[in-house]
Write a protein that binds this ligand. Structure first.
Ligand code: ZN
Length: 336
C-alpha cells in the first residue's frame, strides 16, 4: 500500500500546545513502515489553485494566503495558521488529486485536516473551523465528479464536506458522535441534501459510549447498503482516528475493530479507496491503527489487536432511537 507523505506536511506548526501537531505524522509513519507500506512523496501540481477553487471561495483562499505570509496567526480560537500552512495544505490537495488520477488504493498522510472547512472557512453553524484549512476530501470528490463517494469516519461531523457537497449528487456518508454532545453541532439524520443532492447526504450520529457491537450494525445496515446502491467509482475515506475509545477529544467506546470492520466492508466493493487523514489525537492509536490498516489492505489481515467493546444499556437505548431516525430519513432514498 502506498502512503503519500512529505515533510512539507509537518510545516503546519502550532504556535502553542495543540492536539493537532506535526508529530501525529511521525506516529503514522512508524505504524505504516512497520507494516511494510511504501512511502511516496507527492509533488506540487500546477493545477492546485484551480482544484482548491472547486470547493472554496476565492476571498477565503486569499485570506489563508495572507495569514500564511504573516507567519503565526489564528483563524479562530481552535484553528492556527503558520508560515508553512499554505504549502502543506496545497500539497495535500495535489496528493489526493494524484492518487485519484491513478485510481489506486492508498493513504494520504497529510495535514492540516480538512473536513470542517466549508466554502468560506467556517461551515454551517460551527463556532470554528476545527483545525481545518482546505477541504481536501470535498475537493477530491468534486475533482472526480460522478461516482465519487466520501465516507467520513472521524468522530466529528464533517460539516464542511456536507456544506460543499450538499446540493451535489455525490454521496457523503458520515458516522460521528451525536451533535448534541460534540463539536460541530451538526450531522442530524434529517440533513439529507437539497436539489439534485437530495438523498446523497447520509448522517449517522452515534450516542457517546457506542461500542463495537453496535458500530457493526451501522456498517451492515446503512453504510454498505447505501454504498452498494450508489456504486461508487472511488471512495474517499475521511479518516479520523478520534472515534477510538482512547482518544482525548471525544467519548466513543470503539476500538480498531470497528475501523477495520468498516474499511474491510468498503474494500470489498472492489473500487479504489483513498484513505485521507483527518483527526485523531491519541498518538498510539494513530500508530497502531495505521499499522492495522496497512496490514488489512496488503494482506487482508484483520488484526485489530483489541477485544470488542460492548455498549452499555443507556447508550444502547439512545442508539436504537437514532437508528430508527436514520432509517426513516435515509430509507426514503435507499433500500435499507
Ligand atoms: Zn475529528
Amino acid at each position: 500500500m502506498l502512503v503519500y507523505f512529505s515533510p512539507v506536511f509537518k510545516n503546519h506548526v502550532p504556535p502553542y500546545r495543540h492536539p493537532e501537531a506535526p508529530d501525529r505524522l511521525d506516529h503514522l509513519l512508524q505504524g505504516a513502515q512497520a507494516a511494510g507500506a511504501v512511502v511516496k512523496e507527492p509533488k506540487l501540481r500546477e493545477d492546485t489553485r484551480r482544484l482548491i477553487e472547486l470547493a472554496h471561495e476565492k476571498s477565503y483562499i486569499e485570506l489563508v494566503k495572507r495569514l500564511c505570509q504573516s507567519g503565526h496567526a489564528s483563524i479562530d480560537g481552535d484553528t492556527y495558521i503558520s508560515q508553512g500552512t499554505c504549502d502543506a495544505a496545497t500539497l495535500a490537495v495535489s496528493a489526493i488529486a494524484d492518487v485519484l488520477d491513478r485510481r489506486e488504493t492508498a493513504l494520504v498522510a497529510a495535514r492540516p485536516p480538512g473536513h470542517h472547512a466549508g466554502f468560506a472557512g467556517r461551515a454551517l453553524t460551527a463556532p470554528t473551523q476545527g483545525f481545518c484549512i482546505f477541504n481536501t476530501a470535498a475537493i477530491g470528490a468534486l475533482y472526480i465528479g460522478d461516482g465519487a463517494a466520501v465516507l467520513d469516519v472521524d468522530v466529528h461531523h464533517g460539516n464542511g464536506t456536507q456544506e460543499i457537497l450538499y446540493d451535489k449528487d455525490l454521496l457523503y456518508v458520515s458516522t460521528h458522535q451525536h451533535p448534541y454532545t460534540l463539536y460541530p453541532g451538526t450531522g442530524f439524520p434529517e440533513e439529507v441534501g437539497v436539489g439534485k443532492g437530495e438523498g446523497y447526504n447520509v448522517n449517522i450520529p452515534l450516542p457517546p459510549q457506542t461500542g463495537d457491537d453496535l458500530y457493526v450494525k451501522v456498517v451492515d445496515e446503512v453504510i454498505v447498503p447505501v454504498l452498494r446502491q450508489y456504486g461508487p467509482r472511488v471512495v474517499i475515506i475521511s479518516l479520523g482516528w478520534d472515534a477510538h475509545r482512547e482518544d482525548p477529544l471525544a467519548d466513543m467506546n470503539l476500538t480498531l475493530k470497528s475501523y477495520l470492520y468498516v474499511f474491510d466492508a468498503v474494500l470489498k466493493l472492489q473500487t479504489p479507496v483513498v484513505f485521507l487523514l483527518e483527526g485523531g489525537y491519541n498518538r498510539d492509536v494513530i500508530k497502531r491503527g495505521t499499522y492495522a490498516l496497512v496490514r488489512l489492505v496488503e494482506h487482508g489481515e484483520f488484526a485489530p489487536g483489541e477485544s470488542q467493546t460492548e455498549t452499555d444499556l443507556h447508550a444502547r437505548r439512545k442508539f436504537e432511537e437514532v437508528m430508527r431516525e436514520v432509517k426513516t430519513h435515509v430509507g426514503r432514498y435507499w433500500r435499507l
